[in-house]
Design a protein around this ligand. Structure first.
Ligand SMILES: C[S@@+](CC[C@H](N)C(=O)[O-])C[C@H]1O[C@@H](n2cnc3c(N)ncnc32)[C@H](O)[C@@H]1O
Length: 281
């Protein structure tokens, strides 16, 4: 078993990723997380949006998943991105990790798969079905005017423009340094077990502070949200969000999910739960 202190070093991760290739999912998988990735959870209500005790205007609505631009930090060998893509996050997913071994491996194995062809076919089928449904509705709404009806149906079906599935990106980037993205780039950031790894290393407080600032900067104003999945209890994690009220207008919302029985950190810690921390800009 590895010592916790190793998790904060890129040398540790490079060596581990060299030796153990293949999929490895820390903490929780997408099927649990997706319950939290809904506009209802990600768009905080008006009364949570306070700065210096003053109520702010209601935050913006979170966009539907097909329009979301997503940044996954410390992606490792997790297949969260692929599962999200498969489930309709087709607007662009960027995976970053500071381990160059990890990113090279992810690029090599990812390029060989046919996920895009499958997802595009699914999107096309759903688009056609939706269009047919609308067309049938128009038909029944305007039964009395057969001529008009036929012209609507043929126009809709002949001029389908299918949403294009965006390819995922994999970049070797240290999330605790300045991020190479403009302000307002992403709708959603997911940090699953990466905060915990960073906290194991030297100079963690300064690094986490900078990571929080950068994550807030690259999230879109009004609705951009960051989801952090951690083994840390609220009393040990909340300070990283709470001291940052200017960054996270809605404060932090905390959820508890049972741990599945996998992963080294699960065995090494006493709690039976992981916590999900959600902050919105
Ligand atoms: C515990 S693993 C979690 C991997 C993956 N997110 C998952 O849930 O399966 C932590 C990951 O964070 C990455 N990581 C640690 N510190 C990082 C940093 N400063 N910048 C980017 N990635 C980092 C490590 O290389 C490792 O892949």
């Amino acid at each position: 078993m590895s010592s916790f202190s190793n998790y904060g070093s890129v040398e540790y991760w490079n060596k581990r990723y060299e030796q153990e290739k293949g999929v490895f999912e820390w903490y929780q998988n997408y099927s649990t997380l997706k319950e939290f990735l809904t506009p209802a959870v990600l768009s905080p209500s008006k009364n949570l949006a306070k700065i210096d005790g003053e109520e702010e205007a209601c935050l913006g609505e979170f966009p539907p998943k097909e329009l979301c631009k997503v940044l996954i930090v410390g992606c490792g060998y997790s297949r969260l991105g692929e599962e999200m893509l498969n489930d309709g996050y087709i607007g662009g997913i960027v995976n970053i990790d500071y381990s160059n071994v990890c990113i090279e491996e992810r690029k090599n194995t990812h390029d060989n798969n046919d996920i895009y062809r499958k997802v595009q076919a699914k999107v096309n089928r759903e688009t056609r079905e939706e269009l047919n449904r609308k067309s049938s509705k128009e038909k029944s709404d305007e039964e009395s005017d057969t001529l008009k009806n036929n012209s609507i149906r043929s126009k809709s079906i002949n001029s389908i423009s299918y949403p294009q599935v965006q390819r995922m990106e994999f970049e070797c980037i240290d999330v605790t340094k300045d991020l190479p993205y403009p302000d307002n780039s992403f709708d959603l950031i997911i940090n699953k077990a990466a905060l915990d790894a960073i906290l194991c290393g030297n100079g963690a407080l300064t690094k986490v502070k900078h990571m929080m600032q950068e994550c807030s900067r690259v999230l879109k104003d009004g609705h951009g949200s960051m989801v952090v999945v951690s083994h840390g209890r609220p009393e040990d994690r909340i300070m990283y969000f709470e001291n940052n009220e200017k960054l996270w207008r809605g404060g932090v919302r905390i959820y508890k999910v049972p741990k599945p029985n996998v992963g080294v950190l699960v065995a090494a810690t006493k709690s039976k739960h992981h916590h999900i921390y959600i902050s919105s800009k």
